[in-house]
Design a protein around this ligand. Sequence first.
Ligand code: NAD
Ligand code: UDP
Length: 319
Amino acid sequence: MRILVTGAAGFLGSHLCDRLLAEGHEVVGMDNFLTGSPDNLAHLAGHPRFSFIRHDVTNFIFVPGKLDAVLHFASPASPNRLSPYGYPNLPIQTLKVGALGTHNTLGLAKAHGARFLIASTSEVYGDPEVHPQPETYWGKVNPIGERSVYDEAKRFAEAMTMAYHRYHGVDTRIVRIFNTYGPRMRLDDGRVMPNFIQQALRGEPLTVYGDGSQTRSFCYVDDLIDGIYRLLLSDTHEPVNIGNPGEFTILELAEAVNRLTGNPAGVVFMAEARDRDDPQRRCPDIRRARALLGWEPRIGLEEGLRRTITDFQRRMQGS
Ligand code: NAD
Ligand code: UDP
């Protein structure tokens, strides 16, 4: 297949390009470097089946040649208002890439008769009242909160995707991604993994927001990409959760990072840094992915953290 990946210079987009190329496909990457970096694609320079177009997908998209699939991954993804790359500091861009960017990429898929896959998120469940979260849960989202620019854009993106599927017959897929981590995450986007790993490697206390009792379920990037690839090849139009159901409190994560890095500095609690709509619990129900895709995550938190810490060490030394 010849496949367009938007957000290709980002964390997930770049790993997705690698997997698609390894499967023998031709890949066109597209990105405007809002939160991503050319460094994430540097290893693909000169690859005979990879090309790159620098473009903001909120504007009309033109790609020369045929396309068999369009994978829309462009969007800021960090909720941290303390980072310039967090979506509370990129609110209009985030709303536009989820809304206009999704409209443009769906229009492109329709014009090419291409398959379409949108990167949605566990944030569509908001601060959930149902635990773990199945795809049938409709969510509890604050429409005007700090996270709403992201959550509501993604909910609109899902609605737009289903509208193109139902009304125009576009062959669509929706993946609801739960917290994913691994090599190439932006060092300074403020998400919990880059924050904790960097702080630990510098021998600083880890900044736990709130009291650290909130939970997340962390999926290693290779597992996530495998689930997405299976979804792309499936004929599933309903949303599918992809994430690792192993659930940890943020304090447990901090302790694991400190243990694996040998950081003696402990943690510091920052009650005020936690935003009001920060979900208290999050864990994917992955029965649909198991049944329809035969997918199961394989890499546990400790192994995934070791691999991620090695990558961060290398990049922090280089910078
Ligand atoms: P990222 O910030 O590393 O990557 C996003 C990429 O999109 C960046 O390279 C950025 O420059 C690009 N981009 C943003 N706006 C653009 C625009 N208008 N035009 C072109 N490119 C644009 O984040 P990520 O973690 O790789 O997330 C990728 C996708 O996966 C996002 O859609 C995100 O919502 C979704 N997602 C990620 C996670 C996760 O845990 N990593 C969880 C849920 C959903
Ligand atoms: N968090 C934290 N310390 C940090 C960064 C984040 O305690 O330095 C917390 C944050 O409040 C949230 C969780 O870690 O409860 C996960 O945050 P992240 O930004 O990775 O993404 P989210 O899952 O909230 O979208």
